[in-house]
Design a binder for this molecule. Sequence first.
Ligand code: HEM
Length: 153
Amino acid sequence: MHYIQSIHSILRWLVLIALVYAIIRAFIGMSGRKPFQEGDHQAGFFATLVCDLQLLLGLALYIFGPMGWKNVRNRGMGEIMPNAVERFFAVEHIAMMVIAIALVHIGRSKSKKALGETKGHKSAFWFYLIALLLILASIPWPFRTGFEGHKWF
Ligand code: HEM
């Protein structure tokens, strides 16, 4: 479980870099009124790929790790919900990340349908941007109270 957690921790940076790259491409395309092209789609596709990988690793951590399902089963929601850190891993992290990854998928599929048109950039930009903000807000950053033991990498 430990090495899965380490990969999940490092992969966050690839998720963030892939999304920022796709967002910058979409922004440039949008402001230059360029058509949405294959390269733009590939940037979004790569972001979807790393997000899906992160989802798989996250699910493994949730099912087999100490902070997910096991904690819910052993202690019960009544004890978990008042504790900010336990609630975060049992409910908030998974819920927000699943929503964010779904938005990345929607953005990719909408922009793919608009290949060759300028509006593809607009879908990509907004869906990826909102997903990025949700992800940034739902990472257990070590500077956040309660997550001091968590890593930067
Ligand atoms: C883009 C999506 C995601 C990002 C960027 C992300 C990032 C992270 C980070 C940075 C940690 C802390 C790792 C550490 O301290 O070593 C973590 C922990 C965790 N994540 Fe995610 N995560 C994502 C999605 C998910 C999803 C979808 C799930 C569940 C299905 C999940 C389940 C977990 C669990 C259970 C832990 C706690 C591990 C533990 O301390 O035992 N993550 N995540």
